[in-house]
Design a protein around this ligand. Structure first.
Ligand SMILES: Nc1ncnc2c1ncn2[C@@H]1O[C@H](COP(=O)(O)OP(=O)(O)OP(=O)(O)O)[C@@H](O)[C@H]1O
Ligand SMILES: [Mg+2]
Length: 415
């Protein structure tokens, strides 16, 4: 009975206005709360993002602290002394020659693997106990490292005029042994170790070596002889040794020593201490030339315009055993060189290079290049963009007159 009553009561109330009001109120509050909830959710998201950022920042800063601590430690470590191992004793200790002077018997740190502890190795020594605490890589002088040509020169055989025979010879002597060593093995001869390019100044020796570098995939190491002559006693010889060490390391290699006469001049009886240093460098060079087998993929190209002053020992078979003479260009060669150097210039149709070539007896390739440039300058002076015959003839006069002032070309030397 009572239940029924209650139900009736409720139904009555539902219809009642008050309850409707109440429900509206509730809905409003719910909406408010939802809104609040949304904004709180947003805020937590934001906070979470911030937290992440701060965490990563913390990690970064911790790393920074670590790095700085490490750096500080590194700054605080006492310097180590460099030494060379002279002997390895049976009890595991070693005899080192420190760079400060006397020899010492010292022990080596446990973590250094014994196979690295060899006679001649460069090692780091603790300052106090002089114990070997590290093995250093063999040193290569930055000067030597700088000799390696990484970007191949732009010059190619096509840029060389009138030296077809010489190009063929250098390819036979340098490129073929590197590319087809089996050919030489079959025939049973040692390929030439090195070639020497000789000829008057400006005839294209350096150019030819550059073209070889361009052509092959071998490592190309270039040195000017004078760079090998050093100020301190023994330095030049060490440079030469390191140069060949690097050549061996990076084989196949072509070593090009330009202006060879600056190290390879004849050894004299009376010599100043400077001369003796040059001679030491030369002797090291000679022994390096003997030191590697012809089969080892190293080829040497030397260049000089003073073959007459070269030491005979350099030229004996087994060293620079091929001499390639680069002559002053003849008529045909001059014509070719003119064509090469004028190929990018704007030349009037009437210009007759055959006549020009005929008029330039005795000039070198470098002179021809200078003549072409001068002719261009004459044209520019008259604000023309095309080079006429007259420009070239004037340029020839200008360039060859300078030569006469310098004294006549000494072509007997190469006769
Ligand atoms: N045969 C040639 N064909 C084309 N250009 C040449 C030739 N010979 C010389 N030249 C030009 O002359 C310039 C100088 O030549 P290069 O440096 O090869 O002379 P070099 O023989 O090494 O002289 P040096 O004995 O004085 O060192 C070259 O850059 C090139 O422009
Ligand atoms: Mg040169």
């Amino acid at each position: 009975m009572t239940k029924k009553n209650e139900k009736n009561n409720l139904e009555e109330k539902l219809e009642d206005h008050e309850i409707e009001d109440f429900s509206e109120d509730l809905q409003e509050r719910i909406a408010d709360l939802e809104e609040l909830n949304d904004s709180l959710l947003d805020e937590t998201k934001r906070n979470e993002g911030e937290k992440k950022y701060i965490k990563s920042e913390m990690v970064r800063l911790q790393k920074e602290i670590q790095r700085l601590r490490f750096e500080l430690d590194r700054m605080k470590t006492p310097p180590m002394i460099i030494g060379t191992i002279k002997d390895v004793l049976t009890d595991g200790r070693v005899v080192v020659k420190s760079s400060t002077g006397p020899d010492f018997i010292v022990s080596t740190a446990e973590y250094i693997s014994p196979e690295n502890v060899i006679i001649g190795a460069r090692v780091a020594l603790n300052k106090q106990s002089l114990a070997v605490v590290g093995v250093l890589p063999p040193s290569l002088d930055p000067v030597v490292l700088g000799g390696e040509v990484i970007d191949k020169p732009e010059k190619s055989y096509a840029d060389i005029g009138g030296l077809d025979d010489q190009i063929r010879e250098i390819r036979e002597a340098v490129e073929d042994p590197l590319l087809k060593p089996e050919l030489y093995e079959k025939v049973g001869i040692d390929p030439p170790k090195g070639v020497l390019l000789v000829g008057p100044p400006g005839t294209g020796k350096t150019l030819l070596a550059k073209a070889v570098a361009h052509q092959t995939n071998a490592t190309f190491i270039r040195f000017v002889g004078s760079e090998l002559v050093q100020k301190y006693i023994g330095e030049g010889a060490r440079l030469v040794r390191e140069l060949f060490d690097m050549a061996r390391d990076k084989a196949p290699t072509i070593v090009f020593i330009d202006e060879l006469d600056s190290v390879g001049a004849k050894r004299l009886e009376v010599a100043t201490s400077g001369d003796r240093e040059v001679q030491r460098t030369l002797m090291q060079l000679l022994s390096e030339l003997d030191g590697f087998d012809a089969i080892e993929n190293i080829k040497i190209i030397g260049a000089t315009n003073r073959p007459d002053i070269l030491d005979d020992a350099l030229l004996r078979p087994g060293r620079f055993d091929r001499i390639i003479e680069i002559p002053v260009p003849n008529y045909k060669a001059r014509l070719e060189i003119f064509k090469i150097h004028s190929s990018k210039m704007s030349i009037a149709k009437k210009v007759d290079f055959q006549e020009i070539a005929a008029r330039t007896e005795g000039v070198s390739g470098a002179d021809i290049k200078a003549i072409c440039t001068e002719a261009g300058m004459f044209a520019i002076r008259e604000s023309r963009t095309r080079i006429k015959m007259l420009d070239l003839t004037m340029a020839i006069d200008k360039v060859t007159v300078v030569d006469v002032e310098d004294g006549p070309k000494d072509s007997q030397m190469f006769a």
